[in-house]
Design a protein around this ligand. Sequence first.
Ligand SMILES: Nc1ccn([C@@H]2O[C@H](COP(=O)(O)OP(=O)(O)OP(=O)(O)O)[C@@H](O)[C@H]2O)c(=O)n1
Ligand SMILES: [Mg+2]
Length: 397
Amino acid sequence: MNEQFRQALSVIETLKRHGHEAYFVGGAVRDYLLQRPIGDIDIATSAHPQEVMAIFPRTVPVGIAHGTVMVIERGISYEVTTFRKEGRYEDYRRPKDVTFVRSLNEDLQRRDFTMNAIAMNEYGEIIDPFGGVEALKQRIIETVGDAAERFNEDALRIMRALRFVSQLGFSLSSKTKQAIIQYGHLLQHIAVERIAVEFEKLLLGPFVSKAIALLVETNLFAYLPELATKKQELIKLSSYSLVPVDRIEAWARFAFVVHFHREQLKNWKLSNHLIRDILICLKALEHIRSLTDWTIDALYEYGPYIPHIERIRAAVYDDKPSVHSLLKQWEMLPIRNRKELAINGHDLLVLFKKKGGPWLSEMIENIERAVLHRQVENEKEKLKEWAMCNQKRENNC
Ligand SMILES: Nc1ccn([C@@H]2O[C@H](COP(=O)(O)OP(=O)(O)OP(=O)(O)O)[C@@H](O)[C@H]2O)c(=O)n1
Ligand SMILES: [Mg+2]
């Protein structure tokens, strides 16, 4: 057992002391067995939510209806979920109500994939009734029991299967793949926001090319927002080998290859902030195709985005990225942004004894360009002099 689990042991031990069963479950156990870094630790217990809340001093009822209580111990939060089987499913989304059960087995049985249906007790012993460990060994993603049932319970699991392909490089079992082909259309009932969360993880996985190829092979793309007509573009995307380093790069590369603009990104319900970042990269990629297109103006305009843009450019045009040298060139520019100008709007208002207006922003822009292209030094007195000359439109000053 590793340190993270050891820290979480007190939660399990406390539950047991109160006469309940409790186990580590879900992604943390899977990733631990794969020797990957583990994320949040989930705990499954026979205790009902009210009982969990009565036992621990610090809890947050994050999803009582689904049996989930967050327990905070020594500053770390754990999701503690009561053993349950899912209740009635409506519209292929997660159930509105759940039935609590008292056995671990029944709880594991309602989970999506065998590799996610493994439990671990406080001694580090593995409870694996559905062959999850073997699936991990074989690197296979396989639903627990009937695939059709699992996907009808929550169609988001279809997207989860593909994001696990991207994160782990595993293959789909043929049974699971067939069910994905057959039930892919159920994705239409799932909230775009939930799909986007999984899709982003897919875009960021080391095996993203494999996952995108599967998205095409299983025809799933046809049920994703704005992608129904983008088969060829997705095939192209699956041919690039580069793995994006962050979400901006992941989405920007995707958007560039499938020709998404603001409207399509909005329909994926991405945050305005993320959309802004993506659009900056897309704007740059429209005209920066080779290394020589990185002019001084381009370096200045896109500065903080240089790594994203350059890596995408290199991937798309089959070139070597020059991130390091471009960043160096950017750092060597006389200024990196307008705030670094040695003169500001107020200085100019005083200098020209005029009221503000369009002339002012035009003047600042001219000064900015002149400094950037080293026509004048970024020094207050010199800039004042230059501004006076510029205003008189004398070319020889
Ligand atoms: N639609 C879903 C979502 C989750 N689960 C179950 O709930 C666990 C925890 O879910 P979640 O944290 O969303 O996914 P993880 O598998 O833990 O993946 P990650 O490491 O990315 O959190 C999963 O392992 C799986 O057993 C499920 O059966 N069906
Ligand atoms: Mg998890």
